[in-house]
Design a protein around this ligand. Structure first.
Ligand code: ATP
Length: 297
């Protein structure tokens, strides 16, 4: 028995850091949405009872450090599953890029194994398990567009943005999420107007969305890594309607209304940046999370 499932990347339309908590995490308020750049996860049942992982990219761990492995191990232990699984991950999402690639692989593995091992769990149950692996995993379980609060694991589905193109560009550096959060100075950070972004999404107001894109971590990363600022400036210069860094970076995304302009920006950026993708936002019509097998290939 085999199940194949897509694990899409996310971008942050808004990311606000509210305060540092006693447990060491930061309290955040974020609006996240999925884009159609996805890893592929192939799950094959295995009688040996073992969990094994192979990844198309050599530098991603293929042992218990892999988030997909952790997802399988968690389900296996919690639901006393005797079967094992072989997980093959075809990586397309840039790694350590602010696009939640590892979290999405974990979420897809939870959803795929729910089917392969016939566990009958709801999305809410899978999202709760996901939060034990990482703060972004719960969002990746639901997909679509959501407001995420707490340390990022409290999810409320909200309307998707209008249809837009997204250009993703990653400079050739890896950024540690821990380092960026560690350097946020909350007393002088610029905060996001999340409520204004929510209103813009509810009204499907494209210009409102462009105007309220904000990421509180951006100034921190830009100061430490000036190449991210350079990439942002270039993307604007080539004609993106609005540009922001995703997560803790270093990926920068541009939102674009028209396909002809997307091609121009893509070609312009490819001249000096190796990792550029032109993709669409993944839009969902329902705002009420239900068990959803639409990512199963
Ligand atoms: P986030 O936006 O959630 O902070 P990210 O996009 O910045 O995440 P990831 O691509 O998830 O970063 O990778 C972060 C680290 O996680 C990598 O250094 C990698 O070693 C490790 N990792 C574990 N499992 C995976 C996986 N399945 N895919 C990618 N990286 C993984």
């Amino acid at each position: 028995m085999k199940v194949s499932i897509k694990a899409p990347a996310k971008i942050n339309l808004s990311l606000d850091v509210l305060r540092k908590r006693n447990d060491g995490y930061h309290e955040v308020k974020m609006i996240m949405t999925m884009v159609d750049l996805a890893d592929r996860i192939d799950l094959t049942n295995c009688d040996s009872g073992k969990i094994t992982v192979d990844v198309s990219e050599g530098f991603v761990p293929n042992d218990e450090r892999n988030f997909a492995y952790q997802a399988a191990a968690l389900l296996k232990k919690k639901y006393k599953v005797s079967a094992g699984v072989h997980i093959y991950i075809t990586k397309r999402i840039p790694v350590a890029a602010g696009l939640a690639g590892g979290s999405s692989d974990a979420a897809a593995t939870l959803k795929g194994l729910n089917q392969l091992w016939e566990l009958g769990l709801t999305l809410d149950q899978l999202a709760e398990l996901g939060a034990e692996i990482g703060s972004d995993v719960s969002f990746c379980v639901y997909g679509g567009t959501a407001l995420a609060t707490g340390r990022g694991e409290i999810i409320e589905s909200i309307p998707s943005p209008p249809p837009l193109w997204v250009i993703l560009a990653k400079p050739p550096i890896g950024v540690s999420t821990k380092e960026i959060y560690g350097n946020v100075k909350l007393h002088r950070a610029k905060h996001a107007d999340t409520d204004a972004m929510l209103t813009a999404l509810e009204n499907q107001d494209t210009d409102g969305i462009f105007a309220h894109l904000h990421n509180t971590l951006e100034d921190v990363t830009l100061e430490l890594y000036p190449e991210v600022k350079h990439l942002k400036d270039q993307m604007k210069r080539f004609g993106a309607d609005a540009v922001l860094m995703s997560g803790s970076g270093p990926t920068v995304f541009g939102l674009v209304k028209t396909e002809s302009r997307v091609n121009r920006i893509y070609n312009g950026l490819r001249g000096f940046c190796e990792e550029v993708h032109a993709v669409r936002l993944i839009r969902t019509s329902n705002t009420c999370p239900k068990p959803d097998e639409s990512d199963i290939l």
